[in-house]
Design a protein around this ligand. Structure first.
Ligand code: PMP
Length: 367
């Protein structure tokens, strides 16, 4: 194998090597099936076993209580931006409340606006989404259809330490970029959704965890593929699901349980990795200007600017030469973004930290 770089991409993103190796084996020979994972029928016994183990492990890892359904859907999180208001808002008088904390929640909001009444409970645009709202800044409507928030804004690098309290109003949360990075109290949520290609596998499958009473909201007449109730009744097998992506999701769930030891341990490792980088930002505030305000910092996507775009380019070049790749920030924030998902080894983050320290010393001494 060519030298494996440290891939800081925001997604599709780094995967654990043992998962890739197991997936590689299964591409030729799925254990016990006598054929490849790419060849099995979605209605076969091996697929039944894959689906049921994937759901059981997810239930165990997140502690999902009874009364929720797990769906494996296609169309990415972007389709959920539409599917959620179609199912939970269409035809209702009361608005849905959206907490707008960055690019992704803005997109979710725009899709919901096509479906029905929407209230913006908070919008962080005026400071380019560098912080999250305090509880007393949120303007919820009484009896909203649901409250939508994005637990981690992948582009801006802001993450709720805990999503807002919404009482009896269903909380709907896009967890795409911090799914399975830490434990969650699932019973606080009406619906949780996340595409797999950051922390939970590869592109092609989106996991939806929905409280069963919300399935009853689905209005009549939705296209079958966009109907939560129908998808749940068919146990994600209404049509051909993305078999291989679900298999990789299962391998990730096994890795989290058996190799990592669960989500509390994963969260601890993630916090330690993030601290390595945030400590550098805090020690060199003149040179590295973190985008996120400290109390809103993401444990998954660390974003910062440097004194000039030339220095940022030089930094990216040096990083690339050391095998630290895909660190360029999104154009709406600029600068650098280090995505340090579950599978990013601590060694990769340590090497990035060392480069940051060296680079700051080199260029501060010259200034
Ligand atoms: N939400 C968040 C927080 C994301 O980071 C992304 C993808 N970067 C999406 C939604 C959209 O996901 P997809 O590309 O699977 O539609």
């Amino acid at each position: 194998m060519s030298k494996r770089v440290f891939n800081f991409s925001a997604g599709p993103a780094v995967l654990p090597l043992p998962v890739l190796q197991e997936a590689q084996r299964a591409v030729v020979d799925l254990p016990g099936a006598g054929m490849s994972i790419l060849e099995i029928s979605h209605r076969s016994k091996p697929m039944e076993a894959i689906l049921s183990e994937a759901k059981a492990l997810l239930t165990e890892l997140l502690g999902i209580p009874a009364g929720y359904s797990i769906l494996f859907l296609q169309g990415g999180s972007s389709l959920q931006f539409s599917m959620i208001p179609m199912n939970l808002l269409r035809g209702r008088e009361v608005p849905a409340d959206y907490v707008v904390t960055g690019t992704w929640s803005t997109k979710a909001l725009q899709e919901a606006q096509r479906e029905g009444k929407v209230n913006i409970a908070w919008d962080g645009k005026s400071h380019n989404y560098s912080r999250l709202p305090a509880a007393d800044e949120l303007k919820f409507s009484p009896e909203a259809s649901y409250v939508h928030c994005t637990s981690n804004e992948t582009i801006h690098g802001v993450e709720f330490p805990e999503e807002p309290e919404t009482g009896s109003i269903p909380l709907v949360c896009d967890v795409s970029s911090n799914f399975l990075s830490r434990p969650m109290e699932v019973d606080r949520y009406g619906l949780i959704y996340g595409c797999a290609q950051k922390n939970a596998g590869i592109a092609g499958v989106t996991v939806v965890i929905i409280r069963n009473d919300l399935l009853e909201r689905t209005p009549k007449g939705l296209p079958a593929m966009l109907d939560f109730k129908l998808q749940a009744a068919n146990d994600s097998l209404y049509n051909t699901p993305p078999v291989f992506a679900i298999y990789v999701f299962l391998l990730i769930a096994r890795w989290l349980k058996n190799d990592i030891g669960g989500l509390a341990k994963m969260a601890r490792a993630n916090r330690e990795k993030a601290k390595l980088l945030y400590d550098v930002l805090d020690e060199h505030p003149e040179f590295y200007r973190g985008h996120a305000q400290p109390e809103s910092r993401s444990m998954m996507n660390v974003t910062w600017r440097m004194p000039s775009e030339e220095l940022e380019q030089a930094f990216l070049k040096q990083a690339q030469a050391r095998g630290l790749v895909d660190l360029k920030g999104h154009r709406s924030v600029g600068g650098i973004r280090a995505s340090i998902y579950n599978a990013m080894p601590r060694e990769g983050v340590t090497q990035l930290r060392d480069l940051m320290l060296e680079f700051a010393h080199q260029h501060t001494a010259k200034a």
